[in-house]
Ligand binder design. Structure first.
Ligand code: NAD
Length: 353
């Protein structure tokens, strides 16, 4: 296994390999860049097939967090951690506490939050050993309801604001009355996004692998159910991927009828090159790490003190950032993802090497 010549290595500042034979903990913490502040990012637990896969993931994801936080104008750097193991089999309180001790050793350089395979409860267990965990406090939520730290309401609102910016730019419309939107994945974020869209007058098509989620969207939001095969290819104005990644690939992009893609799912592009494929097809793509930043903004404010109104105002800036990206894309003749990367790099200073 190589590190400095690894394809995903991008001058990461710190890489910590955590091994605790007593609890079975094997984890990697990657701090990509701290020029804007401490590196905040999720702690993922996954049964990686190899150490190489875990390293690949943590290097790639931590870099992505630097870009996401910079574009969200947060005083945060980018980091991520991965615990190697099956969360359903290998997760114990002792293992999580051990992870907490490793976080503590980094002295605040990296702050861990929930990610796939870890929950609020798990972060609270790590928090017995360190204060360098986030997304764990009971506080007034972004939507005014009591919250255990779930960032989904803020993510959904940010995605809605970003979708509005895309519609304004591409279709020249400020209102969403009668806008047609296909939402793929009606989970924590997708359902809330669909509700905001419904309240704004949009017409919805939905698909989720879970029938009960579909039934709820149909009953409560008057959405039209679609099938797995058609949801991305309907003749609608906007496609909003809110489930899994890599949905924008060679196969799917050619079949898109929508001229806007604006959804919350992480890593929507199967490869970075698909940014350009979308652009060449004149599909306006709202880069996922810009439009779905509401969650990290929400978590950031947990550390500075709960303030739902400040969170809302900050999340609203996602619309302005996207507008800037769309304008620069038109002006410079470059795809929106490339422009977003450049804008982020302008906002975080690379340490001298
Ligand atoms: P979730 O698990 O609550 O919802 C995902 C939904 O997608 C579920 O209802 C699931 O049944 C459905 N789904 C899974 N596979 C599907 C498929 N093939 N086709 C259609 N539906 C499918 O997750 P979430 O928190 O709503 O997150 C949704 C996406 O947004 C994820 O990609 C996540 O990484 C990203 N995201 C979430 C947040 C957040 O605050 N929750 C923040 C940033 C990014």
């Amino acid at each position: 296994m190589t590190v400095f010549t690894h394809p995903e290595f991008d001058h990461h500042e710190h890489l910590t390999f955590c091994c605790d034979p007593e609890t079975g903990l094997r984890a990697i913490i990657a701090v990509h860049n701290t020029s804007r502040g401490p590196a905040l990012g999720g702690c993922r637990m996954f049964p990686y097939a190899s150490d190489e896969d875990a390293l690949n993931d943590v290097l790639r994801l931590s870099r992505g967090m630097t870009y996401k936080s910079a574009l969200a104008n947060l005083n945060l750097g980018g980091g991520k951690s991965v615990i190697i193991g099956d969360p359903r089999q290998h997760k114990t309180e002792a293992l999580l506490e051990s992870m907490g001790r490793f976080l503590e050793q980094l002295g605040g350089l990296y702050i861990a939050a929930e990610d796939s395979g870890t929950s609020v409860a798990d972060l609270k267990v790590m928090g017995r050993q360190t204060s360098n965990v986030a997304g764990i406090s009971d506080r007034p939520g972004f939507d005014g309801k009591p919250s255990n730290g779930d960032p989904s309401p803020a993510t959904a609102w940010g995605t809605f604001v970003g979708l509005q910016a895309a519609v304004k730019h591409k279709l020249g419309r400020s209102d969403l009355e009668g806008l047609t939107v296909a939402v793929q994945g009606i989970g924590n974020v997708g359902y809330r996004l669909a509700r905001h869209l419904k309240e704004a007058g949009a017409k919805l098509w939905v698909y989720d692998i879970h029938q009960d989620q579909m039934d709820r969207a149909v009953a409560e939001l008057g959405a039209t159910p679609a099938t797995a095969d058609e949801i991305l290819y309907l003749p609608v104005d906007v496609v909003a991927p809110c489930a899994m990644g890599a949905v924008l690939n060679d196969h799917s992009i050619n079949k898109l009828q929508a001229t806007i893609v604006a959804g919350a799912a992480n890593n929507q592009l199967a490869s970075p090159a698909h940014d350009e494929v979308l652009w060449k097809r004149s599909v306006l793509y709202a880069p996922d790490f810009v439009i779905n930043a509401g969650g990290i903004i929400d978590v950031y404010y947990e550390r500075t003190g709960p303030d739902p109104e400040a969170v809302r105002q900050h999340v609203n800036t996602i619309g302005h950032t996207l507008e800037e990206i769309f304008q620069r894309s038109d002006r410079d003749g470059l795809p929106t993802g490339q422009i977003a990367d450049r804008l982020a790099e302008e906002r975080f200073r690379r340490k001298s090497r």
